[in-house]
Design a protein around this ligand. Structure first.
Ligand code: 26V
Length: 802
């Protein structure tokens, strides 16, 4: 954008007045931030409008990414970077005596996601806009995002994330684009003019109001749209009917019940709980999204039979899988298409990404619940299922077991993954390994039935947020060395490789890392009052807390180091800071105990003067996008230690790599591809392979008690857990039981020895600063392969524009 400093200064001051009737002197930092955000949004408006006009005029195929979660993070700085006006805005503000950083600090991040899946959706939006692909998001405008985490006495405490309290300057409420979503009621079938017709009556109407957020492309004129739906009562329902009857409280209750649909993001990404409100949320944003797409499409005047040529709908995990049935409903009930025609259009429109093989997280809904809440949708799913099962019976000679496994409705449940697979033309996993596990294990039946439907799209991350924004010093160093092409095309990072033996360059790389460590140490001091030694190794595990991600393995190793160090204070051990950051689902008991264990171990070690800061354990509270942007650039060791086969891909692993951390990991998810990319000497791999893990599962696991008796280190650690060494006796009973009584489902004890060896290797390698920095540089140089721009180009080529 061509904006001068003077122009910005004048626009900005006018904005303050028009919004708040204040000048600079009187305004608070909050108002100064809001005014700047509003101004930046306004700067994007012309491009936004032009983008939409261009799409319309050129008849561009529109991609809609349906996702229950979009973990956007803060937008101010990214939008400034993407518009190319960050520096000139900074200068303008400087002139006015305002520091840009100070305004950035008051922004509340949009935390509308749990973890990897939601952040991936946000990276994809950023990439689609940067690549000028007409790709838009469709989701829910939760009033409360993922809870805020506090640590009290070592325990996690959850607090509501009231992110909209001061308003959200990046959105536009578009009441004129609202649609009605219908819940409940009953369905009957009639013969209308010779056509078998479904009638849906007695339903409740909910108003879906869209809030649009501009998604500004970097280095292009493209501005796409993220549309987030909010549930409201129709004004008629609230104001007149109940009011005039004098039923004020009833009206208010009704209003709350309707609004509850978009009130809160479900914070449990571990177990599927079959909650009615969750099902309401799913249908709510799916129905609103599909209706609004159809409305736009109809305005184009094109034939409905060409719908799939102009529209692609991407289903992010099974959460939006009802889109299959909703599009069928509209095509059959409202557009009067035959079932066969509607089905062809629907399957050609839909594509589905699977993000987990953890069976507890696979969504299924009780038939009775769905029938009651979504009677018409249920009859459609029934018919899809009936036809599908018929095909299966023909093909498999009435092999009932197989048909039952693959059926969409079975045993009183509606299985959402099966619906998504049957209703889509493409099913993809999110890393090579994950896709293979889907094809040859988890979804084997489907892969055999639909060869060619399955494909891999390894995840990626946007370097605009995770390098340019999060790590400006590193970005500058790289630009000095290889020029600025990598800003536009992150694959160019590979050119850094030519510095891999350049001692003076590697020293500068080390210095950048050191400065980022200082910054993070400073942040921890300010926010949690914790002192960290910037000369210690920053060993970081930051991600959601899940048993399969094995934060437990990490902390058991820390305990072991502590034990060994107390036995032998002369042992060869560089100063280490073990940094953990993780939220546990509020109802996930074991995960919360592991947080408590990390904090209890930290408490003991950090206060033991014998250890003399050789080992320090730190828990960084409230892991979210903003914290990740500070923490990741400071990391030297990236802990990616999930039980092999369990982590579908991981994306944190890629972020750490791009910022020069060395991966300490298992051959799981995208770690496998990182390993292939950087080579054996530039990554530390340990533990069982996915094949070994899967074989153990097939044979009923292993005997963890044996290891407890055999490995003296484990005997001691587990006894310490049990006997009150770190916290009053009984506190860690469940962890002890999980590992021994319940046979260590995730092979923590089994991988322990190999993990300890890997750490020894790290300790050795780190002493050779040249060697370590060389590894770091090679990781950065190869990280372009994991840019979400690549990933999106593959989705476009193989799925959306095939
Ligand atoms: C599941 C559920 C289950 C029902 C209730 C609410 C809820 C919310 C979220 C989820 C999603 C779990 C799946 C997930 O986040 N998978 C992660 O996706 C990342 C992006 O593909 C991938 O890198 C991680 O390996 C994978 O665990």
């Amino acid at each position: 954008m061509n904006l001068t400093k003077e122009q910005i200064k004048s626009d900005y001051q006018k904005k303050l007045i028009s919004l708040f009737a204040e000048d600079l002197e009187e305004s608070s930092v909050l108002h100064q931030y809001i005014a700047l955000a509003e101004l930046v949004k306004e700067y994007s408006f012309e491009r936004w409008m032009k983008t939409n006009k261009r799409y319309k005029k050129e008849g561009t195929k529109q991609i809609y990414y349906f996702s229950m979660e979009f973990l956007l993070g803060k937008l101010l700085e990214n939008n400034l970077i993407n518009l190319g006006i960050k520096e000139v805005v900074r200068e303008a503000l400087d002139d006015l005596g305002i520091r840009l950083e100070e305004l950035e600090n008051v922004e509340r991040e949009a935390g509308l996601g749990n973890g990897g899946l939601g952040r991936l959706a946000a990276c994809f939006l950023d990439s689609m806009a940067a690549l000028s692909i007409a790709g838009h998001g469709n989701g829910i405008r939760y009033k409360y995002g993922l809870f805020k985490q506090k640590i009290r006495d070592g325990y996690q405490v959850e607090m509501p994330d009231d992110w909209l309290r001061h308003g959200y300057p990046w959105e536009i409420r578009r009441i004129d684009k609202s649609v009605i979503v219908k819940f409940g009621g009953y369905v009957y079938f009639t013969n209308e003019n010779g056509r078998f017709t479904a009638k849906h009556e007695g339903y409740e109407e909910v108003l879906a109001v869209p809030y649009d957020v501009p998604i500004i492309g970097y280095g292009t004129e493209t501005v796409n749209t993220l549309r987030l739906w909010s549930a409201e009562v129709k004004s008629r329902d609230f104001d007149f009917e109940s009011f005039s009857a004098g039923e004020y409280t009833k009206a208010v209750e009704h209003k709350y019940s309707v609004e509850s649909i978009s009130q809160v993001l479900y914070p449990d990404d571990t177990t599927e709980k079959g909650k009615l409100l969750r099902l309401k949320q799913e249908y709510f944003f799916v129905s609103a999204g599909v209706q609004s797409i159809m409305r736009t499409f109809k305005k184009s005047g094109r034939s409905i039979y060409d719908f799939h040529k102009y529209v692609a709908i991407h289903i992010n995990d099974t959460h939006p899988a009802l889109a299959v049935a909703e599009l069928m409903r509209i095509l059959v009930d409202e557009e009067y298409l035959s079932w066969e025609d509607a089905w062809e259009i629907t399957t050609k429109t839909m594509a589905y990404t699977n993000h987990t093989i953890m069976s507890e997280a696979l969504e299924k809904w009780p038939v009775d619940m769905m029938k009651k809440l979504l009677p018409r949708i249920y009859t459609i799913i029934e018919e899809i299922n009936r036809r599908f099962c018929q095909e299966l019976m023909d093909r498999y000679n009435n092999d009932w077991n197989k048909v039952d496994r693959m059926a969409i409705i079975s045993g009183g449940w509606v299985k959402m993954a099966n619906l998504a697979i049957v209703g889509s033309h493409s099913v993809n996993g999110v890393s090579k390994l994950h896709t293979d596990i889907l094809k040859y294990q988890e979804l084997k039946d489907f892969h055999e039935y639909y060869p060619g439907k399955f494909n891999n799209k390894t995840n990626g991350i946007t370097h605009r947020r995770w390098l340019i924004k999060a790590n400006p010093e590193l970005t500058n160093l790289i630009s000095e060395a290889i020029g600025c092409d990598f800003l536009k095309n992150p694959r160019e990072l590979i050119n850094l490789e030519k510095y891999k033996d350049d001692k003076s360059f590697l020293d500068r790389l080390e210095k950048v890392k050191y400065n980022n460590k200082l910054k993070f140490a400073d942040y921890m001091k300010k926010t949690q009052g914790i002192k960290i030694d910037p000369n210690s190794i920053f060993d970081v595990q930051a991600k959601r807390l899940h048993a399969y991600k094995r934060q437990l393995l990490n902390i058991l190793h820390v305990i072991n180091l502590y034990n060994e160090f107390l036995d032998n204070p002369n042992m060869d051990l560089l100063p280490h800071t073990f940094i953990f950051s993780a939220k546990a689902a509020p109802g996930y008991y074991l995960a919360k105990k592991i947080i408590k264990l990390i904090n209890s171990v930290g408490e003991k070690i950090n206060n033991d003067i014998r250890v003399n800061d050789r080992i320090k354990v730190v828990f960084a509270e409230n892991y979210n996008v903003s914290l990740a942007e500070k923490l990741i650039p400071s990391a030297e060791v990236s802990e990616q230690i999930s039980t092999a086969s369990k982590e579908a891909s991981g994306t944190g692993n890629m972020k750490f790599m791009m910022n020069g951390a060395i991966t300490l990991g298992t051959l799981d998810g995208a770690n496998v591809e990182i390993y292939e990319e950087v080579g054996d000497e530039n990554i530390i791999i340990f533990g069982m392979t996915s094949e070994e893990v899967i074989n153990y599962y097939k044979n009923g696991g292993y005997h963890s008690w044996d290891l407890y008796y055999q490995d003296r280190r484990l005997t001691r650690i587990l006894n310490e857990l049990d006997d009150g060494y770190f916290a009053p006796r009984g506190e860690f009973k469940e962890i002890f039981n999980h590992l021994l009584t319940y046979n260590d489902e995730f092979f923590v004890l089994k991988d322990f020895a190999s993990y300890c060896d890997a750490h020894k290797k790290i300790n050795e390698l780190y002493k050779d600063r040249f060697r370590w920095n060389r590894m770091s540089l090679i990781n950065i140089a190869h990280s372009g392969r994991f840019s979400s721009d690549n990933t999106i180009l593959e989705y476009a080529k193989d799925i959306w524009f095939k």
